[in-house]
Design a protein around this ligand. Structure first.
Ligand SMILES: Nc1nc2c(ncn2[C@@H]2O[C@H](COP(=O)(O)OP(=O)(O)OP(=O)(O)O)[C@@H](O)[C@H]2O)c(=O)[nH]1
Ligand SMILES: [Mg+2]
Length: 292
């Protein structure tokens, strides 16, 4: 048996969670078009024949503006030394902005082998791709450089193969049919948060946390009570929407997805509460699970 851990890191919104889901062939991490979607390290377990790799999808590394941001960034950088290989994902030229340069400098400080994945190649012209490739090749710090389109699975097998080269003789950490360690309550709260990110704009969804208050399974029906915390009274109004329409839409699309996940009917009740500046409160962060 060969096994080990693989970190997936990069700027916000480059497609880390999309790549994790594509590797596993199942959705375990939420993905949206908004930066800073992922807030925790999410572990996905890939098992095939005598190979087991635990992929760790991480929050996008960014300049933190609050304690939540600090937690997110350290959840990503903490993986550098814990894993057997790092997949660094980019979707643009290194010369385009300071975000990727900052991560490159951090990565230079670790001996862990690094694979570069240039994602979203479906929307790049060949010369654009070549430019990005050249810039990173020059750095001489990557064992391999690959192009992918995680969104439709293009070259995802190459990423799996590249990571597998760094796995060594080791134990089978998890049963072969297990794809995530995350408790179902966490996955449910993330699905609700994903819909909030999809339905709302600007700062509102970034100040949202979801807490599952009750979770009861009876024959063929799961009853779930969820509290949606936001940072301002005005945000609460926007989440609920005119005549409660927004929240109804969020609840419906979350419920449908949770039903698919659990394989039961779902009765989902949601409440919206205000908790001012929770993103800078140690106690609130810890309650919401944003703490090591
Ligand atoms: N065109 C294109 N879009 C992609 C590709 N991969 C991901 N996306 C889109 O990019 C956006 C961000 O994807 P995520 O997987 O949520 O990105 P992330 O890196 O996990 O983002 P954070 O969790 O915020 O750090 C989503 O809208 C995806 O659908 C790709 O290969 N091609
Ligand atoms: Mg993500």
């Amino acid at each position: 048996m060969r096994s080990g851990f693989v970190g997936i890191v990069g700027r916000p919104n480059v497609g880390k969670s999309t790549l994790l889901n594509a590797i596993l062939g199942e959705k375990i991490a939420i993905t949206t078009d908004k930066p800073q979607t992922t807030r925790n390290a999410i572990r996905g377990i890939y098992t095939k024949d005598d190979l087991q790799m635990i992929f760790i999808d991480t929050p996008g590394i960014h300049k933190p503006r609050n304690k939540l941001g600090e937690y997110m960034t350290s959840a990503a950088t903490n993986t550098f030394e814990e894993v057997d290989a790092i997949i660094f994902i980019v979707d643009d030229a290194l010369s385009k902005g300071p975000g990727d340069k900052y991560i490159v400098d951090l990565l230079k400080q670790t001996d862990t082998p690094k694979i570069l994945v240039i994602n979203k190649m479906d929307r790049m012209k060949p010369d654009e791709f070549a430019e990005i490739y050249g810039e990173y090749e020059q750095l001489g710090m990557f064992t391999e450089i690959l192009g992918t389109a995680a969104i439709d699975g293009t070259n995802v097998q190459d990423v799996i193969d590249a990571a597998a080269r760094f796995m060594e003789e080791g134990p089978m950490y998890f049963p072969e049919d297990m794809i995530t360690e995350d408790p179902v309550r966490f996955v449910v709260s993330e699905i609700i948060r994903e819909k909030i990110l999809m339905y709302l704009q600007d700062e509102v969804p970034h100040g949202v946390a979801v807490e599952i208050e009750s979770f009861e399974e009876e024959e063929g029906l799961t009853s779930i009570g969820a509290v949606i915390y936001c940072e301002r009274k005005s945000h609460k109004g926007m989440i609920i929407g005119k005549g409660g329409r927004k929240l109804k839409g969020i609840g419906k699309s979350a419920r449908e997805e949770i039903e698919g996940l659990l394989g039961t009917k779902v009765f989902l009740q949601t409440w919206v509460k205000v908790k001012e500046n929770w993103r800078d409160s140690d106690i609130a962060l810890s309650n919401f699970g944003y703490k090591e």
